[in-house]
Design a protein around this ligand. Sequence first.
Ligand code: ZN
Length: 64
Amino acid sequence: MDDADRVNNNQSLIDKANAHKSKRITTSYVATGLCLFCDEPVDPGRRWCDAQCRDDWQSENEED
Ligand SMILES: [Zn+2]
């Protein structure tokens, strides 16, 4: 009984951590119509004008 309770509690903490992390990533990756790195106009739904901007932006914005 106690072991099962402990497992459930740990799992809910993990779920909360994952939900928080994925929310943070989703909001910071939203497409705005402009390159997220250099502000050049890009096609709808794109976030960077090219792979170099994407890589540079990710290296500045990803913590892990
Ligand atoms: Zn760019």
